[in-house]
Design a protein around this ligand. Structure first.
Ligand code: PLP
Length: 480
C-alpha cells in the first residue's frame, strides 16, 4: 500500500510564496499537493490543488501569500513511526502525507494507493434519460403539466399491470395521498410492519390514524400474516404490506385477511419494482400501491413517487387531492383540503426513460446479486436473503445478508475502511422512541434487524470489488 520516496523535494516550498507560485509548483510535481515550510525549515502547512481552487472561487488573489490559505492542521508521520502507525493515518481519502523528523523538518513523503469510494447505490442514467430531460426542458414544460407526466404514468402502471398511475412528488407523499384518498383519519388503525423505512409509518401518522406495528416473517422478512390477524380490531381500516428489500409479501394471505375483515390494502412497493408474487407484479394486488423513485431505488426520477390503482374513483380522487383538492369542473373552487404532491415534467421525463429499460436494470442488479451469492457461498456465518421462497420472485435492490449481531457493525466498519459503503438494516420501528407506543410484540424483526447488512449494488462494481467485499466479510466472520 505504501510507497516511500526520499529524494523528490519538488513537493516542498516555503510558505511565503504566492498562490500563483504554489500552482506552478503543484503543476510541476504532479502530486496535487504542496508541503510548506517556515523560515526555520519546519513544515507548517499543506495546500492541495482543491484548496487553491476553493480559495480562488472565494475571491483569493493570485498574488496572495499561500500561508493565508494553507491548512495548518494536517496529517503527517514522524520518521521513527512504525509502519502500523503510518498505515492507520491513511483512511482512504488521504493520498499523501509528509514524513517529518522530531524537529518537524521535512524528511520524505508517503503515498497511499488511492481507492475510489463505492457507494451503496448509484442511479444508472445511460439510456434516453438525458434526451427526454432536454426535450422537456427545451419545450419549457418544466412544471407539472406535460407529455412526460402522462407517458410515465401510463408506461409504469402498464408495466405493473395496473390501470391507473398517479405520479407524486416522492414515495412518502404517494403513501399519504393513498391513505387520504381512502379517507383514513383519526380514530382509524393502520397495520404496518416493524421492519421498514420510517416513511411507511410517518404517512399513517400524517392522517391522524393510529399505526399498529406488527412483526415480520422469519424467512421473507416481510410483514407476517399471522401477526396481522392478531392485530386486527374493530378500528382497523388498512394493511400496508411493505415488499422489503426487494422481497414480495405473501399477498394471497394478506388479500384474503383484508377481504374477510373488510379492510383496504395499500402496498408499499418502494423497494421492489418488478418483484412478483405468484407470477403477478407487486403493486397489482392492493386497492392502491405506492412506489418511490428516489435516487437509490430500482428506477429513479431524482425525487418522485407514484400511486397505482385499478379503481377509477380512487384514481380521480387522488388526482384531485394531489392538485390542491381543486374541483375538476370549477377552477379555483376547493371542496376538500388537498395537497400539492405533483411531479414535474422533467422528473417524469427521466422516469419515462427509466421505465423503458427497467428490465435491463433489474437484470444487471440480479447479476450483481448472483456474483455476491457466489462469492459468499462458503463464508460461514453469512445468511443470504432467500431467493427461492415459494410463490415469490424477488428482485435485487440492495444485496441483503445476515451475520452474527456481534460482528455486524465491525464488518461495516471494515468495509468503510476500504471506502466501501455498506448499511445496517433499518432500525425496527418498535425500537424507536417516537414509534414504540404503537408496537405489538416484534421478536423476529428485532433479531433480523440487528444482524442485517445491505451491500452495494452500485452499477460500477465488478467481480473484483465483489470478491474484495466478500473477502473482507469472510475475514471478519472468521475472527473470534
Ligand atoms: C424509500 C422508501 C419510501 C419513501 O420514499 P421517498 O421517495 O424517499 O419518500 C417509503 N417506503 C419504503 C419502504 C422505502 O424504502
Amino acid at each position: 500500500m505504501l510507497e516511500k520516496n526520499d529524494v523528490d523535494r519538488s513537493i516542498l516550498s516555503e510558505c511565503t510564496i504566492s498562490i500563483r507560485d504554489a500552482m506552478v509548483a503543484i503543476d510541476n510535481n504532479s502530486k496535487g499537493v504542496l508541503f510548506l515550510s517556515d523560515s526555520e525549515g519546519k513544515i507548517c502547512g499543506v495546500i492541495t490543488d482543491g484548496d487553491i481552487r476553493r480559495a480562488l472561487l472565494k475571491g483569493a488573489g493570485l498574488n496572495d501569500r499561500i500561508s493565508l490559505y494553507m491548512k495548518r492542521d494536517f496529517i503527517f508521520a514522524y520518521c521513527d513511526d512504525t509502519t502500523d502507525m503510518i498505515v492507520k493515518k491513511f483512511d482512504g481519502s488521504i493520498r499523501i502525507i509528509p514524513v517529518l523528523d522530531r524537529e518537524n523538518r521535512f524528511v520524505s513523503f508517503i503515498e497511499g494507493t488511492y481507492t475510489p469510494s463505492i457507494s451503496v447505490s448509484q442511479p444508472c442514467l445511460g439510456g434516453k434519460e438525458y434526451t427526454y430531460l432536454m426535450d422537456a426542458f427545451l419545450s419549457t414544460w418544466i412544471s407539472s403539466a406535460g407529455k412526460y407526466v402522462d407517458a410515465f404514468e401510463k408506461t409504469f402502471s402498464g408495466y405493473c399491470g395496473v390501470k391507473y398511475g398517479v405520479t407524486t412528488s416522492n414515495g412518502t407523499t404517494a403513501l399519504h395521498l393513498a391513505l387520504a384518498a381512502l379517507g383514513i383519519k383519526e380514530g382509524d388503525e393502520v397495520i404496518v410492519p416493524d421492519l421498514t423505512f420510517a416513511a411507511t409509518i410517518n404517512a399513517v401518522l400524517y392522517t391522524g390514524a393510529r399505526p399498529v406495528i406488527v412483526d415480520i416473517e422469519v424467512d421473507s422478512w416481510c410483514i407476517s400474516p399471522a401477526a396481522i390477524n392478531k392485530a386486527i380490531t374493530d378500528r382497523t381500516r388498512v394493511i400496508i404490506p411493505v415488499h422489503v428489500y426487494g422481497q414480495p409479501c405473501d399477498m394471497t394471505s394478506i388479500m384474503s385477511i383484508a377481504k374477510e375483515n373488510n379492510l383496504y390494502v395499500v402496498e408499499d412497493c418502494a423497494e421492489a419494482h418488478g418483484a412478483e408474487w405468484d407470477g403477478k407484479r407487486v403493486g397489482s394486488f392492493g386497492d392502491i400501491s405506492c412506489f418511490s423513485f428516489f435516487g437509490n431505488k430500482v428506477i429513479t426520477t431524482g425525487e418522485g413517487g407514484m400511486c397505482l390503482t385499478n379503481d377509477k374513483r380512487l384514481n380521480d380522487k387522488m388526482r384531485k387531492l394531489r392538485d390542491h383538492g381543486m374541483s375538476k369542473d370549477r377552477k379555483y373552487y376547493h371542496d376538500v383540503v388537498g395537497f400539492n404532491y405533483r411531479m414535474t415534467n422533467m422528473q417524469a421525463a427521466i422516469g419515462t426513460a427509466q421505465v423503458e429499460r427497467i428490465d435491463e436494470l433489474l437484470y444487471r442488479r440480479m447479476n450483481i446479486e448472483n456474483e455476491y451469492y457466489e462469492a459468499l457461498n462458503n463464508v460461514s456465518g453469512v445468511i443470504k436473503q432467500r431467493r427461492n421462497l415459494e410463490h415469490r420472485n424477488k428482485i435485487a435492490w440492495l444485496v441483503s445478508i445476515l451475520v452474527d449481531s456481534e460482528k455486524r457493525d465491525e464488518i461495516i466498519r471494515a468495509l468503510k475502511r476500504e471506502r466501501i459503503d455498506a448499511r445496517p438494516f433499518f432500525t425496527p420501528l418498535s425500537e424507536m422512541e417516537i414509534y414504540k407506543e404503537y408496537a405489538r410484540e416484534c421478536v423476529e424483526s428485532s433479531s433480523i434487524s440487528r444482524r442485517g447488512i445491505n451491500l452495494p449494488t452500485n452499477y460500477e462494481i465488478d467481480s473484483t470489488i465483489i470478491e474484495k467485499i466478500a473477502g473482507i466479510i469472510r475475514n471478519e466472520c472468521s475472527k473470534r
